[in-house]
Ligand binder design. Sequence first.
Ligand SMILES: CCCCCCCC(=O)SCCNC(=O)CCNC(=O)[C@H](O)C(C)(C)COP(=O)(O)OP(=O)(O)OC[C@H]1O[C@@H](n2cnc3c(N)ncnc32)[C@H](O)[C@@H]1OP(=O)(O)O
Length: 219
Amino acid sequence: MKGAPTDQKWHVPATEDSPHEGGFRAEIDVTVERGGPRYGELIEQVRTFMDKVRYANPTPELVDEIISDLQEFNAKLDTVLVDEWTSPSGTRIDLPARGNITLPPYEVVDGGEHGVTATVEFRPFHLGGNGVAHGGHVATAFDDLGGMAAALNVHGICRTAYLTVNYRSLTPLSTPLMLRTWVERRDDRKLFVKGTLHDGERLCADLDALFIALRRGQA
Ligand SMILES: CCCCCCCC(=O)SCCNC(=O)CCNC(=O)[C@H](O)C(C)(C)COP(=O)(O)OP(=O)(O)OC[C@H]1O[C@@H](n2cnc3c(N)ncnc32)[C@H](O)[C@@H]1OP(=O)(O)O
């Protein structure tokens, strides 16, 4: 179990009356095959690159060289672009944060209708200032894992209506932290979600959020 609970039914096949038009796809094609066995290493290299860029002070010559290398990489990827529904970044549930490069890497250790428990590690590039995590990245982790708790509770797609993060103490970088989210109350399509982020015993932040279960075909 890494980017999502693997004992849940993620692959939802489309039926005749649920065409792939408008709203979320009727068929969410979850597979751990796309991108191949080393796709996770690619994502990890991208994250490491962002860590280095955040802290490097390159010479103008090195900047020229890296731009040229990146242009080559981007041209290679241009030949294999697909839509969001079939890109491995975001659907590889076997990888930290489902292989989604935009998320702080987390690993789900438990997840179901009762809520989600995950370890999350903010990377050096998630720096806010003075050596600790940027509050926006903390909110991103809460949004994704709060949304996952809501989705597992209703067995459907949910969108964030509001998300309040209380920053209780500093959130360290490069440290395994424990993030928990759970649905405290459900009122029809409204899911009131709570969450906590701990560094050991210390509470770094907590969450109070509302997620709305989407109607069929809703964007
Ligand atoms: C596993 C991966 C998980 C990933 C999770 C990531 C989640 C995200 O980041 S989603 C992106 C950020 N969110 C958005 O862009 C949402 C933008 N907003 C919207 O699309 C809509 O406003 C949406 C869907 C939230 C609600 O719209 P809609 O479905 O028409 O519901 P609507 O009728 O307005 O509201 C439903 C109920 O919620 C209440 N509600 C809606 N928004 C709010 C709010 N901000 N505060 C309080 N109550 C609210 C309404 O009052 C209503 O209550 P009641 O049923 O008691 O009258």
